[in-house]
Design a protein around this ligand. Structure first.
Ligand SMILES: [Ca+2]
Length: 398
């Protein structure tokens, strides 16, 4: 799985573009009209977004099709793609005829080539604005209903993997609004486009193209193994799939059959989605019982901000060194056993927000490499927990 790669602060939507240029990630995960999709990834960060499919597009031939592809954009007509298919059949030990046929069915989607490029004009980071997109009544209510409906499965996941229900519910809520927005691009088209036609204008085009060729490998293997039609899979423009928006490599490495029906289905089995999210965090060193973060007070002029922010979000400081640098903690935080990071969340023109992030905060950023994303997941989970408690009080009062 991914090498530890400490980030500066997170990267809400278009801001992510500039940030990605700096640190070598490729995608801006968020669109203003839609929830962020990210993708748990096996070796490189990938962020995707939902709803981009609705933008549609026209082909260069002037004939519009759903995602801007025309029949002539089929990879059946591309000799290098078919050559890749022949090599992949040997490398992956898959039937050559099946693989040639599958790649021949893939279509190049020009819209996706645009979507992976960094935004020309980055926007100022704003946690308050970002937060308001996810900590919202309809998502909280949908999350409470999801929790209620799948309470036994969530409890079993917590017992099995040590990951609290609130985090799992927060992830699936931020990712796809509990399965309501799983993306509508054909995964085969998306991965083929990014594997064979990754835009050279991207600052890390070569590396990203190699990454997507690896994801296409994983996708082909899982589709062939499942017996499903590879064209039937749909998801984000970057190839993220199902309720938790797993990339194919994450599906291969971390997805689990949590309803025991003998197969893994992150599209239709909520239990498989819940178990897979929990298993992902267990794999990324989630520590059962450890808080994700604590409040922190910073005194102007008395805090060594440069030193505290230098490690980015990687938990580095003991409580003693954290407080010695002027970051004030209180209550349980003073007994925190592990390392801490100073998490800075910018608020546009207003002063930034800060928390002391633990190793579990960091674990959430392994799902999507953004502290804004992690904080939204945590706060959505907290808001749903509070909503459930209030509902319980109200029902007891009746
Ligand atoms: Ca299953």
């Amino acid at each position: 799985m991914s090498a530890v790669f400490p980030l500066r602060v997170g990267t809400p939507r278009r801001w992510a573009h500039l940030f990605c240029l700096l640190i070598g990630l490729s995608f801006a995960p968020w669109s203003s009209a839609t929830p962020p999709t990210q993708a748990p990834h096996a070796s490189k960060p990938v962020k995707a977004k939902h709803g981009a499919a609705s933008k549609g597009g026209k082909t260069r031939h002037g004939k519009a099709s759903k995602h801007g592809a025309a029949a002539t954009d089929s990879y059946a007509h591309r000799s290098e793609a078919m050559q890749w298919a022949d090599e992949a059949a040997t490398r992956l030990d898959l039937p050559a005829g099946w693989l040639r046929q599958t790649i021949g069915q893939a279509r190049r989607i020009p819209l996706i080539e645009q979507l992976v490029l960094p935004a020309p004009t980055p926007t100022a980071k704003n946690w308050a604005a970002y937060r308001s997109r996810f900590i919202e009544p309809r998502r909280i209510e949908a999350g409470a209903a999801f929790w209620q409906r799948h309470q036994a499965t969530l409890t079993r996941a917590e017992q099995t993997y040590g990951v609290p229900a609130s985090i799992i519910v927060g992830i699936i809520g931020v990712e796809t609004l509990y399965g309501q927005h799983m993306g509508n691009f054909r995964i085969l088209d998306a991965l083929a486009t990014l594997a064979f036609d990754f835009p050279p204008a991207h600052p890390r085009a070569r590396e990203r193209q190699a990454f997507f060729r690896g994801e296409l490998d994983h996708f082909l293997r899982m589709a062939q193994r499942s017996g499903n039609d590879p064209q039937s899979y749909r998801g984000s423009y970057a190839g993220a799939m199902g309720m938790p928006q797993f990339m194919p490599s994450s599906w291969s490495h971390f997805a689990v059959d949590f309803d025991g029906d003998g197969r893994i289905d992150l599209f239709n089995s909520t239990a498989d989605a819940i178990g897979s999210v929990a298993n992902y965090f267990k794999a990324f060193q989630w520590k059962p019982g450890l808080p994700t973060h604590y409040p922190v007070q910073l005194s102007p002029g008395q805090t060594d901000m440069d030193a505290l922010l230098a490690p980015d979000i990687l938990p580095t400081f003991s409580v003693e060194s954290f407080t010695a640098k002027g970051a004030q903690l209180e209550g349980p935080a003073l007994q925190h056993p592990g390392p801490l990071a100073l998490i800075e969340l910018r608020n546009g023109e207003d002063p930034p927000s800060y928390v002391a992030g633990t190793e579990n905060f960091y674990a959430i950023t392994r799902y999507n490499w953004s502290s804004y994303y992690a904080m939204a997941v945590i706060e959505l989970g907290q808001a749903i927990t509070a909503h459930r408690a209030l509902s319980l009080v109200q029902s007891n009062a009746r």
